[in-house]
Design a protein around this ligand. Structure first.
Ligand code: BEZ
Length: 330
């Protein structure tokens, strides 16, 4: 990759060329580009900040030849639409929930095995493991994107408008979920009514009672003020919530080897940095939620009864990756 816009001085003989020799000609590298990167999270979110930092690093590393325009808050559409844009090359890059990708690549649904990991530190170790990374190899062939590495959000909890004492309290209740299959199965098996809903719609839906509870992490329960309409947080840590840094395979194929290495290294570094934020931050997020005065009820797998075993039964048939990741996590 050319690190800088080069100033070439043409030296030659003859009148015309001699005249030209006095002129400095600025030539842009053929692949100089502002990459467009989309994501659904709002500007202050950890993922969006990581996308901005990746852009800064890429600019530095390429002497300004390459940069990144970040489009947060679903400005380019929802995740399904962004994935389509990546496939056609209309979008260069995205940080997407693994949830969305798992809708097309069931192996990635294995990350959502309930209680696959015991805490966020174990989630970090799993996401950085060989078997987890290997799952990304199939993405170019199956869905036309290159997966450079994983990031994460916090572990999943349940924030409910009413008191929750046991799973029966949630029976028949509408629970907001991120739109993807593994979590839909989880809440269906729990005898609730999972209600797929994108992040921007969640606050109002919880406030006006369109849903009775939400599947969410502690950070957003606190920062997006979902606690304002929450009586109980069921502190269950029942699921991981990974993110993946993606580049359009079409765009990738037009990059030089050196450009690919630079982009892969820097994007992987910045998506990975989000994992550390949650490892360091989960305890603080919990403190902040507790300070709001909501009732925090700590539960373990037993809260969910036989729905976990049933989930495993369904998903172990769908993908061998459940057993592979569980063996790695153990
Ligand atoms: C959610 O859908 O709950 C979500 C999406 C992105 C980051 C964090 C949470």
């Amino acid at each position: 990759m050319q690190r800088v816009w080069k100033k070439l001085t043409i030296k030659s003989v003859g009148a015309v060329i001699a005249a030209a020799a006095l002129t400095a000609i600025t030539v842009a590298p053929a692949a100089a580009k502002e990459f467009r990167l989309g994501l659904i999270t709002p500007p202050p979110h950890v993922w969006t900040k990581a996308a901005g930092a990746f852009g800064e690093d890429l600019k530095d590393a390429t002497g300004g030849a390459h940069s990144v325009a970040v489009f947060p808050s679903r400005q380019l559409g929802n995740e399904a639409q962004m994935l389509q844009q990546l496939q056609t090359g209309a979008l260069d890059m995205a940080f997407l929930t693994v949830a969305e990708v798992s809708n097309r690549v069931p192996d990635l649904g294995a990350f959502y095995a309930p209680y696959l990991v015991k805490d966020i530190a174990a989630a970090a170790t799993l996401l950085r493991s060989g078997p987890a990374r290997k799952l990304l190899d199939q993405l170019p062939r199956k869905i036309g994107v290159v997966g450079v590495g994983y990031g994460s959000a916090g572990l999943r909890q349940i924030a409910a408008r009413d008191a929750v004492t046991d799973a029966a309290s949630l029976s028949g209740k509408k629970i907001r979920i991120t739109p993807f299959e593994p979590i839909k199965d989880f809440y269906t098996l729990l005898d609730t009514a999972p209600t797929p809903m994108p992040l921007p719609a969640v606050y109002d839906a919880l406030a006006n009672g369109q849903v009775d509870a939400i599947d969410m992490d502690l950070e957003l329960i606190w920062k997006l003020k979902y606690w304002q309409h929450t009586k109980t947080v069921v502190l269950s840590n029942h699921m991981m919530f990974p993110m993946v840094g993606l580049v359009s395979a079409k765009v990738w194929s037009g990059l030089s080897g050196e450009e690919r290495t630079t982009i892969r290294t820097l994007m992987a570094k910045h998506v990975d940095s989000t994992i550390d934020v949650y490892v360091a931050g989960e305890a603080k997020f919990l403190d902040e939620v507790k300070k709001t005065g909501v009732n925090v009820v700590t539960v373990g797998p037993e809260f969910f009864g036989d729905s976990i075993a049933k989930w495993n039964g369904i998903w172990e048939k769908k993908t061998g990756a459940v057993k592979i990741l569980r063996a790695e996590a153990n």
